[in-house]
Every structure is written in structure tokens, then in C-alpha cells.
Design a protein around this ligand. Sequence first.
Ligand SMILES: [Zn+2]
Length: 371
Amino acid sequence: MRHRPSYRDRARILAAVSLIVCSGPAATAQPVCSLSDSALRATRTIEIDASTGPIFGAFTKQAKEISFLRPKEVVLTFDDGPMPWITRSIMDSLDAFCVKATFFSVGRMAIAYPDVVKEIIARGHTLGTHTMTHPFNMHRMAPTKAHEDIERGFAAVAAAAGTPIAPFFRFPGLADSRDLLDYLQTRGIATFTVDVVSDDSYIHDPSRLAATTLARVEQNGGGIILFHDIKRSTAKALPQILKGLQSRGFKVVHMKAAAPVQPHLDLLVAMTEKLAKGKKSQTNQTLVPFYGSVGPEPRSELQDDEVTVIAHPPRVRSLAKPDQPRASDTMRSTAVDRPAIVKSDGSNAPTNYRKSDKNSRPPAPNSTNSP
Ligand SMILES: [Zn+2]
């Protein structure tokens, strides 16, 4: 029989939901570490305006945006979690090197481990989503079912976080489609494929995983790297990978959203109820208060000294063939076609894009050779 929350519980749920929808990003606790320990950390943040539904990363056959990374810059991404004993170990390694990552969490995992989801936010990382149930065949699903899985994923992760999350999405198996990208565009959600696959789904030896990842990053000159925070080998290899990136002169860039995602309210209420019910059944206690904005972010010596804002014009996919970049995706693009790049001080910054590595070939859209 379906449990109906009491009036008091429902009022608390709605208050929590309104906090998630209405408030800005929560303040985050920054680990304080010496600058000598943070040589891997880039001194700029990429702030992405997702409102026009851009798609980033080389592993797609769809028309995509040009890379926002400079040579020898990487973005660390972790899919499929959270899984407490893996995700926390990964975050400990990231803290040790003073770098931030983006986690594309799965909705049902977030519902199972909401404390870890909150910790991802609290430790200053960026939180995106990876659907509710991780179907590998989204490009073949009925559109309404695919949309539902995407929306439930955002609602579940936002409810578990108890605070606004990024409008950042990654397709399971990277199985994107033009129609689904069009849908994400209508929702103001940015999609991220990858530039470098670590293959941590298949390589179980940490040393071999580190060597493979570093070789691929070096060959590609940097890029968005794909890992999974459900793999023990990933957690074990990460310190070696971060040390290797540092010794090779790479920098880790922190990717943030210009504004949070707006989950569907009915789904957010349903997921918040689901969490409350799970909490009660586990601990027989009342709903714990959600995280909220607790004041200004504490300043530390690790404050970014440069913020690069990426804002692309909306793409009309019905007029573009898949795999055919629009004019703005090439180095020959005009200033008008280029995304707006604004420095934190408001002045224009020169674009400094690298050409995509010709050796990076996108997999077939239905490939399961990653996330
Ligand atoms: Zn995945």
C-alpha cells in the first residue's frame, strides 16, 4: 500500500523542494591546501551557460561545440555513482591534489546514497546527471520514456542533493540522438560526451589503468576524461593518474554551470517523498533538514583568478546533418559565430581553442564502450 506522508511531512517536503528550485547554488566548503600541493589545479574555472543546450566532447556523431579547453587542460568526470566506498575515496584523492571534478550521478543511485550526493556538493564538485535508470538504448526508446528517464534522473539527484544542481547531462553509453538533444535544448540542459576514455569499465589493474589513461590524455593533448565512480580500480588508480597528469604538465579545469537546472516540480516532490520514506524506513526518524545556502563561500588561497564564461548560440539541429560541424565549430569560424567568452573582470578574452585530435574517432552511437 502506498504510504501517504502526513500533512506536516508534506509541508516540510514542499519547503525543501522550494529551496531546491528557488535558491542559488549552495556554498561549498573548500579544502585548504598549500599552493605547492596544487600544481595540478588550473587557475581558471569554466562557467557554462547551458540555456541553449550545447553539447561538448569529441565522442559523438552529432554536431557539437568546439572544445573550451586549452592545450594540456583536462576535465575530470565520473559517471554511474554515487557508491559511498568508491566515490568518497575518489573525492579524497581529488582533495589531496586540490582539484575539482564533475559527477554525472544516476538517479536511483542518488536515492540510495543521498548522503554521498550531498557530500559531492559540499566538497565543491559539480553535480550533473546520467538518467534515472541508466538505459543503454536511449536513442531507440520511445521519446516519452526517454524524456521521463532524463527528468526523473534530474529530479532524483536534485532531491538527494537537497540543493540546486547543474543542468549537465551525459547519455548512458554515450547513446545520444538528435531528437533527444533537441529535447535537452528545450530544457536548457548541456550535454557532455568525452574526449578521452579511461576504459576503467574493462581495465581492473590500477597501474595498467593509470598508464592507459595517461597515454591517451597525452595523445589527445588533454580533454574531458571519462571515469566511473563505481569502480574500485578507478579509486585505486586515481592518485597515480593525478600524479602523472601533474608531472606531464596538465592542468585540471573546474567546470561549473552558470545557472542550476529546473527539475519538474511534480517529480521533485515525488523523489523527495521517496527519500523521506526511505529515510524513515531505514532509521525510523523524521526527515532531516536539507542543505541550503549557508552564507558566502569561504575564501581561501585557492580562489580562482580567472573565470571563462562559455555561452553558445542555440543550435538548429533539423538543418544540420549529424557529424557535420557548423561554421562555429571550426578554427575558421568568425567572431560572430564564436561563443561569448568573457573574463571574470568583464573584458573580452581571446579564444584559444585547440583542434580536435583526428585520432579521436567517435564510437557508434549504440556503443557500450563507456559510461
Ligand atoms: Zn554510465
